[in-house]
Design a protein around this ligand. Structure first.
Ligand code: AMP
Length: 393
């Protein structure tokens, strides 16, 4: 069974075509700068990387080219071979608690929830429409990044603000990276042969979030009403005192949206280091003795440790702490610095085993009170699996 997994942004379209019998990626690719000049696409197929510069005026054109290429490269012989398409959706509001089949109502809801994800949801809707035009008979599924967090109980998802904000405007915690955290929980349960695990899943990438998971269900997560909240990130501040916003607005004569832009795009690693949002540059800076890089890394580690400690208490007994995404999977140093600060809980790394990048590995020492794992995330596979399961139901 061949299933296509789609992740569309406002000007991009990322895809992977899976053979679900082996869970192998047959071909993957990225269409970039859709609707902008100098658009192009890249395909990864049989070890080769093909890059083509071409006009991509909208998502429909990208979808048509993508499907033509699959036939031209003989990945498929007819479009009917694609038995399902799964779309990643950033925001499903508080309506969607799991992945669902695409209907007109679902598309309308995705558009309706655009208030919560103005850059993403409209693009998802456009992309779904483009696929439905070209593949009218192919079943399609949507996988919401917020759905996994819908099991958080009310006393944790509400903010202590006037209750009417929740009733009138749906102000509450929604979380993000749900598809990644769900993949981590599923993968670790599979690897350990148990589904009654309490897990702290640390998705540490350019964006980052930490999630407490019990028996496969989300109990709490660090991101909030938007993906701005929680730990310090590449360019996002994470949690701050909200009073800073009007204070700096007045000092710098900026509008709310300008300050939000500073907090979203000019903060985090970039804001503190004044050098880069990329943790590799920060690590290089640390080696050269750059004080601001040292400070940025320490602040990042502190913010991660704060959430791990909080969720350790919340879960009561933790079976596994998992590290995933760019930093979590690859930064030996960041993992070391984080775990050093957890020593008072008897949580210890095996220094040798921690020297691993981008593959599933146990990294805790034998006498650690909690097991720790590096778990490469695979949101695309999770989307494809949901799509297959729903179609087969
Ligand atoms: P992501 O958003 O998951 O793609 O993660 C991006 C982040 O992962 C960036 O901050 C990268 O610097 C970081 N990253 C990727 N590879 C490495 C690596 N080998 N060592 C340290 N950080 C890395």
């Amino acid at each position: 069974m061949k299933i296509m997994s789609i992740n569309a942004g406002s000007s991009s379209l990322k895809f992977s075509l899976f053979d679900m019998t082996t869970e192998e990626v047959l071909i993957s690719g990225l269409f970039e700068r859709i609707g902008i000049e100098a658009s192009c696409y890249t395909l990864k197929y049989k070890g080769d990387k093909i890059k083509v510069e071409t006009d991509l005026p909208d998502h429909s054109v990208a979808v048509k080219i993508l499907l033509e290429k699959l036939i031209e490269l003989e990945v498929i012989s007819t479009l009917e071979e694609i038995e399902g398409v799964g779309h990643r959706i950033v925001h499903g509001g508080d309506k969607y608690t799991e992945s669902v089949m695409v209907t007109d109502e679902v598309v309308d809801d995705i558009i309706r929830f655009s208030d919560f994800a103005p850059l993403h949801n409209p693009a998802h809707a456009i992309c779904i429409k483009a696929f439905r035009e070209v593949l009218p008979k192919t079943p399609m599924v949507v996988v919401f990044d917020t759905a996994f967090h819908q099991t958080i109980e009310k006393s944790r998802f509400l903010y202590p603000v006037p209750y009417s904000w929740y009733e009138n405007y749906h102000v509450r915690k929604y979380g993000a990276h749900g598809t990644s955290h769900r993949y981590i929980a599923t993968k670790v349960a599979e690897e350990l042969g148990r589904d009654d695990l309490s897990i702290i899943s640390c998705h540490l990438g350019n964006g980052g979030s930490i999630t407490a998971i019990k028996n496969g269900k989300c109990v709490d997560t660090s991101m909030g009403f938007t993906p701005h909240a929680g730990i310090m990130m590449g360019t996002r501040s994470g949690d701050i005192d909200v009073s800073i916003v009007p204070y700096v607005m007045e000092k710098e004569g900026k509008s709310a949206s300008e300050i939000m832009n500073d907090l979203n795009k000019k903060s985090g690693f970039l804001g503190i280091s004044e050098l880069s949002s990329d943790s590799r540059d920060i690590e290089d800076g640390i080696k050269e003795g750059n004080e601001k890089c040292i400070l940025a890394e320490e602040m990042f580690v502190n913010s991660v440790v704060k959430y791990i400690a909080q969720y350790y208490v919340l879960l009561g007994k933790v079976d596994a702490i998992c590290f995933t995404a760019g930093i979590g999977e690859n930064s030996v140093d960041a993992r070391l610095e984080i775990v050093e600060k957890l020593a008072c809980l008897g949580i210890k790394l095996d220094i040798e085993k921690n020297n691993v990048r981008g593959k599933f590995a146990k990294i805790s020492s034998d006498d650690s009170t909690v097991e720790m794992y590096v778990v490469p995330t695979n949101e695309e596979l999770m989307i494809a699996k949901d799509t297959m399961d729903i179609i087969n139901k």
